[in-house]
Design a protein around this ligand. Structure first.
Ligand SMILES: Cc1ncc(COP(=O)(O)O)c(C=O)c1O
Length: 339
């Protein structure tokens, strides 16, 4: 009997057997601890709770046809967590400790890696927060690092479907010299008003503009934006967006299949020139964009008039997913296998 109806599993939390934790005290990290508890004991005055000293990561494990469990570019997540920790003055988790905790939690929860072909994956959530007590605004002297995993269903049930996006001018997710490049909880709290407003109006998510001038595209909710025209993959360069590992990979794949690739400012007006557009991130890999609506100008930008994702978008998507699942050789050196 299957443990779950993998294909219909939601993108949500499902309990697994174990999570791993590690504590930073007296200037050093302790040993990795394994637990089955889904709860943490949080100090009432912890800086994580009061001052948002908290950063997280998101990556996935994929089951190959060969029965091997694959991880995609986990070192990039480890490095980004270090950058996030430095950005809000937390103790950093060394890459080696991240690796050890990651491989341990995966090994302990092997049975929750969804089967090949189900479209489901094991989502991995590393979390780091200030766990020591402070009352004034200052960094904690104690930190907790933990990783839990949870199986998630295919992002698009029944195949990749284009989504609609709403341009947002009345909320900024992050300031140009703020914390937008770090994966810290505060950015997500700041984005919620806009994302909920977009969803209430029937959009999949919203598109944030640069906070300084409101002239350039920043991000699509919790995903990076890209547009395609003239055989060129174009993605915004901005001082306030998260450097998506999926996007970094798509830039490389685009070049490898003979496209040009550009990371540069993308003015709003350029939306009307793209042949295809999409949002990219670990959760969906790519969400092709059907339509973008700008409520301030009433402009509608359309990319999938026949309701189908564009051919270049699908080429990039299929290539990246094939590498992640082990269906294509990993010529980029992005995959690690769990022995
Ligand atoms: C704000 C934001 N942008 C972009 C991304 C996509 O990043 P990645 O491709 O590393 O998942 C995410 C998801 O992690 C995100 O939260």
């Amino acid at each position: 009997m299957e443990m779950f109806d993998w294909k219909n599993l939601p993108f949500g939390y499902v309990k697994t057997d174990y999570n791993v934790r590690c504590y930073y005290r007296d200037g050093k990290w302790g040993d990795i601890e394994v637990t089955s508890s889904e709860h943490i004991n949080v100090h009432i005055a912890s800086t994580g709770l009061h001052y948002g000293q908290e950063a997280f990561e998101g990556l996935k494990a994929y089951m190959g046809k060969d029965g091997k469990i694959r991880l995609f570019r986990w070192e990039e997540n480890a490095k980004r967590l270090i950058s996030s920790a430095e950005g809000i003055k937390m103790a950093t988790v060394p890459v080696e400790l991240f690796r050890e905790a990651l491989f341990k939690v995966l090994d302990l929860n092997r049975k929750y890696v969804p089967p090949y072909g189900s479209g489901a994956t094991l989502y991995i959530r590393p979390l780091l927060y200030g766990s020591g007590a402070e009352v004034g605004v200052k960094p904690s002297s104690e930190y907790t690092f933990l990783i839990f995993v949870t199986p998630v269903g295919p992002y698009f049930k029944g195949g990749v479907k284009p989504v609609n996006m709403l341009i947002c001018r009345d909320v900024d997710r992050a300031a140009p010299l703020g914390t937008g490049t770090f994966k810290v909880g505060g950015n997500y709290a700041a984005s919620m008003r806009a994302i909920i407003k977009a969803k209430e109006q029937g959009y999949s998510s919203n598109i944030f503009l640069d906070a300084r001038e409101k002239k350039y595209i920043d991000e699509c909710g919790p995903a990076n934006f890209f547009g395609i025209k003239n055989n060129t993959y174009i993605t915004p360069k901005s001082e306030s967006i998260l450097k998506s590992i999926t996007n970094m990979s798509l830039l490389e794949i685009a070049e490898s299949i003979g496209m040009k690739a550009e990371r540069r400012q993308v003015p709003i007006e350029e939306l009307s020139t793209f042949e295809e557009a999409g949002a990219c991130g670990t959760a969906a890999v790519i969400s092709p964009i059907a339509k973008i609506f700008d409520p301030d100008t009433n402009m509608i930008y359309e990319y999938c008039r026949d309701g189908e994702p564009g051919p270049m978008t699908m080429k990039l998507y299929n290539k990246l997913v094939a590498i992640q699942n082990g269906d294509e050789p990993d010529t980029f050196g992005w995959i690690s296998i769990l022995d």
